[in-house]
Design a protein around this ligand. Structure first.
Ligand code: ADP
Length: 257
């Protein structure tokens, strides 16, 4: 479903973000990308929806190259890709439902969305998305009145309102406490299993990667240094990915909660 063909990314200042990435991710996989800070996780994720432009190679989604896509075609492809961020990226002073409805903008004209005119079907979709993450009752609350975990759920609902085929999550739990972390990861897992939406999630914590992923991809200095099922992602493999033994603060002891 997503294919990276010899993808490299060099930032303008010369830093190598990604180096010769060849990958294929199937519909419905739950992929966790791990690696040290600066390994290229964020660059990899953001190259999929072209928040970052790659400098070599090609990324194919379905049977179309997003690398070559322009204008309406690019907009259309981006609609199928939901995104979740560490810092939630909500419009804080807007209501939850408005934030979720903003997931529909890719389907309508700019004028219509500026005027806030969304069809009834969109409202139903947005409410349904809030149901999926169990916060329908917060629909008319201002986003900044919610806890971090609830805000992240709103951003998941916004991604769902896009009716995406895949969701990219860039360190989605890095700002959350361990209990909330587990709830948000459970939401992502449920959405993956029930709706078949492909998940590609950057995570820092080794235990979480093992708990939720069906496949782990390890990056080091912009290169794939591990790609396999969770069963093969042993402590030794993690040590190779990290270039040193895994440290205590990289383990999140969710099991002891
Ligand atoms: P990670 O998500 O694994 O922490 P990143 O993808 O953010 O890694 O970064 C990969 C490499 O690219 C790092 O060396 C980082 O410093 C560099 N980098 C990231 N963004 C930029 C940028 N806008 N300009 C220059 N270098 C960047």
């Amino acid at each position: 479903m997503i294919t990276f063909r010899n993808v490299s990314k060099q930032y303008k200042n010369g830093t190598i973000g990604l180096k010769n990435i060849d990958l294929s991710i199937k519909q419905g996989e739950f992929v966790v990308i791990v690696g040290l800070s600066g390994a290229g996780k964020s660059t990899l994720l953001r190259s999929i929806n072209r928040m970052h432009e790659i400098t070599e190679g090609e990324i194919i989604i379905g049977d179309k190259s997003i690398t070559a896509a322009k204008g309406e075609e690019l907009r259309h492809m981006r609609r199928g890709i939901g995104m979740i961020f560490q810092s939630f990226n909500l419009v804080k002073r807007s209501s939850v439902i408005r934030n979720v409805l903003s997931g529909r903008v890719g389907y309508h004209s700019t004028l219509r969305t500026i005027l806030g005119l969304f069809p009834k079907k969109d409202m139903e979709l947005a409410m349904h998305a809030l149901d999926r993450v169990n916060i329908r009752e917060k629909a008319y609350v201002r986003a900044d009145q919610l806890s971090g975990g609830q805000q992240q759920r709103v951003s998941i609902a916004r991604a769902l309102a896009q009716e995406p085929k895949m969701i990219l999550a860039d360190e989605p739990v890095a700002s959350l406490d361990p209990l909330t972390t587990q709830q948000v990861m459970d939401d992502l897992q449920r959405i993956n299993q029930e709706l078949g939406i492909t998940m590609i999630v950057n995570l820092h914590y080794v235990d979480l990667a093992r708990q939720y992923a069906t496949r782990i991809i390890g990056l080091r200095a912009g290169e794939v240094v591990f790609d396999g099922p969770v069963a093969e992602a042993t402590d030794e493999k993690f040590a190779e990915i990290y270039g040193r033994p895994v440290q205590e603060d990289e383990l999140l002891r969710v099991s002891s909660l």
